[in-house]
Write a protein of this length. Structure first.
Length: 214
């Protein structure tokens, strides 16, 4: 317990840093994921191509490489932002590809007749997608999206290698102070467990309220 009690502020800063990264990157991932899923289902060919390229590139790129591309590449084009914001962009964009595929699988479960019926009533593609297709698709993909955001929370540990304050990075400070490395990592693991259990509980609540009965 000495490792935790004597360095509670250090752990607290790391824990809050990870929570902040997870929340902001999750919001970005959900927004981009919904957008890319809409593109992949759009009747416009250029939108479908853009969505497919986005998902294919990001799903097949190692997250660490994406961090390097964002952290080191964007400043070369004059885009200079705080490292934390760069980390949110990297995590959010990477995870959006997985959110998109989860949501697209949900879209495919909605009967085609419902979309055709909506169009026959004069609804546009956007109205059909937003009012008929996506609400039903979301109900069926709550669990996989929850799992994807749990993975995002754990992937945020990579940000510590790029001078971003987060939970895993606390081990460097504590190791330099001479604390037992095993107990240092035990309390780090407890912190990640709290975050992932909180996300799991949130999505369990959403599933119990809006999920598809099985």
């Amino acid at each position: 317990m000495d490792v935790l009690t004597e360095n509670f502020s250090t752990y607290g800063d790391g824990f809050l840093g990870t929570v902040e990264l997870t929340v902001y990157a999750s919001l970005l991932a959900l927004a981009l994921g919904f957008l890319m899923a809409s593109f992949r289902a759009a009747p416009v060919g250029s939108f479908r191509v853009f969505g497919t390229v986005w998902v294919t590139v990001l799903r097949n790129t190692p997250l660490t490489l994406l961090f390097f591309a964002v952290m080191l590449g964007l400043p070369r084009f004059g885009i200079v932002l705080p490292f934390r914001l760069f980390a949110v962009l990297a995590l959010g964009c990477y995870t959006s590809a997985f959110v998109c595929e989860a949501l697209r699988s949900g879209i495919n479960t909605v009967p085609l007749g419902q979309g055709e019926a909506a169009r026959s009533l004069g609804m546009t593609f956007g109205q059909t997608l937003g009012n008929v297709i996506l609400p039903q698709a979301f109900r069926s993909v709550i669990p996989p999206i929850g799992s994807t955001l749990i993975a995002l929370a754990k992937n945020s540990a990579i940000a510590g290698a790029f001078s971003v304050t987060e939970l895993l990075g606390t081990y460097k400070t504590l190791s330099e102070l001479g604390y037992n490395i095993i107990w240092t990592f035990v309390w780090i693991a407890v912190g990640y467990l709290i975050i992932t259990l909180a996300i799991s509980a949130l999505f369990h609540f959403l599933e119990s309220r809006w999920g598809v009965a099985r």
